[in-house]
Design a binder for this molecule. Structure first.
Ligand code: PEP
Length: 245
């Protein structure tokens, strides 16, 4: 099964209107590498301006599970769609930790994103202690079990494997460990979604940079990357897009 690669940037709580100038170079690289899908997920405040700037796919870093209501400070998937987003990251490990989001929360958010017409990028990944204890695969399987909406279709769902200990640390798993985990994720998706699982894209995330992107993209079942720090500038992000193409 051939899957189109997706390279998505997560700006986290970084960025400003001035920094949207970086999108011009990123969009140009996306146009020049049409075999790969490219997206940037800036903070909520920049989504509208980013979407109006050009033809680059823009995503959010979270969404609320409800369409509307008394939820001060929250943003619904419908609102994101109207602002110009076409994707939403849900269940990033920083939110699972900082906002104590459970698998049930993540599943509800993914369902809401899909219901609003967004592609949900569902993040999973083990901590270093869990890996050291030999529990990495079991932890990720349990996250998938609880976080993937039943009946989700491959066109509306992406899974991002992001080992917590690799995010923002400059450390990455060996390509063998990435291959083993992505194979385990594919198998678990098969148990959850049946034949649809073959077409679901599984991204690797955690300290992806220009110097390691090409090697990571050759690993079986790595269908692209979710990139944090190296997505903030076109100078860093464009070589990663090119490595995926
Ligand atoms: C992330 O936070 O999704 C991420 C992968 O960050 P970084 O690339 O900076 O490790």
């Amino acid at each position: 099964m051939t899957r189109r690669k997706l390279v998505a940037g997560n700006w986290k709580m970084h960025g400003s209107l001035a920094q949207l100038a970086e999108l011009d170079g990123i969009a140009a690289a996306a146009r020049a590498n049409r075999r790969v899908d490219v997206a940037i997920c800036p903070p909520f405040t920049l989504i509208g301006a980013a979407a109006m700037r050009g033809d680059l796919a823009i995503g959010a870093q979270d969404c609320h599970q409800n369409a509307k209501g008394a939820h001060t400070g929250c943003v619904s998937a419908e609102m994101l769609k109207e602002a110009g987003a076409s994707l939403a990251i849900v269940g990033h490990s920083e939110r699972r930790t900082d906002q104590r989001e459970s698998n049930e929360d993540v599943c509800a958010k993914a369902r809401a994103a899909i219901g609003a017409g967004l592609i949900a990028i569902v993040c999973v990944g083990e901590t270093e202690a869990e890996r050291d204890a030999g529990r990495a695969v079991a932890v990720v399987e349990a996250q998938l079990q609880g976080s993937i909406p039943a009946g989700a279709k491959a066109a509306e769902l992406v899974v991002a494997y992001e080992p917590v200990w690799a995010i923002g640390t400059g450390r990455t798993p060996t390509t063998g460990d990435v291959a083993a985990m992505h194979a385990a994720i594919r198998a678990k998706l098969g148990a959850l979604l049946g034949a649809e699982a073959d077409a679901v894209r599984i991204l690797y995330g955690g300290s992806v940079k220009p110097s390691n992107a090409a090697e990571l993209m050759t690993v079986a079942n790595v269908d692209g990357a979710l990139v944090g720090g190296a997505s903030l500038t076109a100078a860093d992000f464009v070589p990663i897009i090119e490595a995926a193409a």
